[in-house]
Design a protein. Structure first.
Length: 615
């Protein structure tokens, strides 16, 4: 079934259910691009900065098309926290127009299940008998709960609280049947096995669906990870403990042998100075075949996992079985290596099977849907995303920021760099001095983002001694809760400084509205570590597109910097300073990816002082 709408119907309906009284500058242009993509059944790759109103501009025309033709919209994000804005858009549509658009906030089963906090009776979920009848069909009680909740546009956490007797995860899955828009994570559509389950439960097909991909600059790396697997010594040890606990002694012996083989492989391939090496499929498979059988090892781990999960929520053996199954995969578009890492006294060995080609995951759903809309404030260069994601027929659109230019000062400091061959003690101290002088002139709190934890620690500790401001440092070992606590303390402070890694927890996906972050300093270029995996990625992309260095190294690095820089200005009333502290941002191959060409300076503190006096 093709989802197409006439010109007259298109104009009437989009204006009819748009959730706000007025459209923002350039928002109507994005709406028109989405409508064109749906009419022509193409993909839209849209570089649209913060403040444009991307969610309303993409959700509204997509819903209009699918509501007319009994299709479905899938709004996909890289993390749960980004579901909220899509849910709020649907609520506003319903409130403003008395519509009855049904939404489902779909998150992973582990986040909705409370089985750990209740007593289990046998192998089944404690709410299984209330959720399903004797024939395995959904119970009347579960259907009543679905009918009670389906029109309320609930967040997943709210739905969980309302499902005290029946399984919240099952309820959310079955709610997808009547939903007009399913708000989920990337893996719900881009993981083949999970996609089949979601489409089956939704009673939907790709051909009748519009896919909206939010923060789409994340899509290549996130979908590569869906097809990547790691077999670590720690995982094997956890499996050994699990097998012993549940009485699988024969399997425990095989796991002990597998652990020995991983350690032997590391000794053979690595040395005191060499911490990573490329390996083949047979390097791991053949030793297992010698003491057992690779295929039977997978079967054994799956069998142990099934029994363990009758008692526990997860199984290490099941995870290992999945990783071993993945290891059997093809070589084209993948890379295998073994690595040894050390973090204090913790020494780890990992055998990795890494996907290099995201189109393996993305091409089919993006091309086979009625239309796919990819949007982000850092979707440049667009041709790179067309190539990497395997788009066959794409419309490319680029929009300028709707925020007043005079509210933002963008600078490039052209006298410093984190290039390895120029990164000595004097350069580190130069960074400390430049940051100290700039912070003395900046009014309000600031964020400083680094390419690595090593540089964060080197520069951050010296800076902490030279500023009167309260400094908050992101640590590599921080848990999610520790990061949240640190972030909350920073936001409550005045004239504070947050130091983080550009690709870490604070450089993307976190808003600092108003005066929470009035200056952002990007120290260096956040380029990937030039390890074997990165080299393999560059070589693969070079062979496929002739642009391996750009697609696999430089462009993603600059986009990470731009994402971190975007934490400063989040509304048309925000004012702030963005300072790129590396001379390479002035080079054309990097600078062309920035939203605007910033002014180059040798004394950023002087420009900051002028900007603040003017404003």
């Amino acid at each position: 079934m093709s989802l197409k709408i006439s010109e007259s119907l298109r104009i009437f309906t989009v204006m009819n259910i748009f959730p706000f009284e007025e459209k923002r500058p350039r928002q109507d242009e994005l709406i028109e691009k989405v409508e064109t993509a749906i009419e022509e059944e193409k993909s839209l790759v849209s570089h649209a900065p913060t403040g444009l109103g991307k969610t309303a501009a993409t959700v509204t025309p997509s819903l209009e098309a699918t509501l007319e033709e009994d299709g479905k919209v899938f709004f996909l994000t890289p993390r749960h926290s980004q579901h909220e804005i899509a849910l709020e858009t649907v609520k506003k549509i319903n409130e403003r127009h008395s519509e009855n658009v049904i939404s489902v906030d779909l998150i992973g089963k582990s986040h909705l299940c409370e089985a750990d906090s209740v007593t289990r009776e046998g192998p089944k979920c404690p709410r299984h008998d209330e959720t399903f009848n004797e024939n395995g069909e959904l119970s009347k009680k579960a259907w009543r709960k679905i009918n009670e909740l389906k029109h309320e546009n609930l967040r997943a956490e709210e739905l969980k609280k309302r499902c005290q007797e029946v399984c919240a995860y099952t309820v959310s899955l079955y709610m997808c049947q009547e939903a007009d828009i399913v708000i989920g994570d990337y893996f719900h559509i881009f993981h083949p096995g999970i996609r089949d389950i979601i489409l089956e439960k939704s009673q939907a097909s790709l051909e009748d669906s519009v896919l909206i991909v939010d923060e789409a600059h994340n899509l290549p790396s996130r979908t590569r990870s869906l097809f990547s697997h790691t077999i670590s010594r720690r995982l094997i040890q956890d499996c050994i403990t699990e097998a012993e606990k549940f009485g699988f002694y024969r399997e425990q012996e095989h796991l002990e042998q597998l652990k020995s083989e991983i350690e032997r492989l590391a000794r053979d391939k690595l040395s005191q100075k060499k911490h990573e090496a490329e390996i083949s499929k047979e390097d791991l498979k053949d030793p297992i075949d010698n003491f057992h059988s690779f295929e039977e090892m997978i079967i054994d781990m799956e069998a142990v996992g099934e029994e363990v999960m009758e008692e526990e929520e997860k199984s290490y053996c099941s995870k290992l079985g999945e990783a071993l199954e993945g290891w059997k995969g093809e070589d084209q578009g993948f890379f295998r290596n073994i690595e040894r890492t050390r973090n204090g006294s913790d020494r780890q060995i990992r055998a990795k099977y890494t996907c290099l080609d995201p189109s393996i995951s993305t091409a089919r759903p993006l091309n086979n849907s009625t239309a796919s809309v990819l949007m982000s404030g850092t979707l440049k260069p667009q041709e790179m995303y067309v190539d990497l994601l395997g788009l066959e027929d794409a419309i490319k659109a680029e929009f300028k920021s709707p925020f007043p230019k005079e509210n933002k000062l963008e600078l490039i400091v052209n006298t410093v760099t984190t290039r390895y061959k120029e990164r000595d003690d004097s350069m580190i101290q130069k960074y400390v001095w430049y940051l100290q002088k700039s912070l003395e002139e900046l009014e309000g709190s600031a964020g400083i983002f680094f390419p690595s934890y090593q540089l964060l620690n080197q520069i951050g500790e010296s800076l902490n001694e030279r500023t009167d401001r309260q400094v908050f440092l992101e640590r590599r070992t921080n848990s999610k809760d520790e990061n949240q606590k640190l972030l909350d303390e920073f936001k409550r402070g005045e004239d504070s400084v947050l130091l983080g890694v550009a690709s870490g927890s604070f450089g993307e996906g976190v808003d600092y509205p108003g005066d929470q972050m009035e200056g952002v300093f990007i120290v260096g270029l956040p380029l990937k570590k030039p390890d074997l995996k990165t080299e393999a990625l560059i070589d693969y992309l070079d062979g496929k597109y002739g642009k391996g260095w750009q697609y696999g190294y430089t462009y993603p690095g600059v986009n990470t910097a731009v994402q971190a820089a975007g934490r400063c200005i989040r509304s048309n009333t925000d004012r702030g300073v963005i300072c790129y502290m590396d001379k390479r941002y002035g080079w054309n191959k990097y600078g062309k990816l920035l939203e605007n060409r910033p002014e180059e300076t040798r004394a950023p503190w002087q420009e900051i002082k002028k900007f603040q006096e003017k404003n």
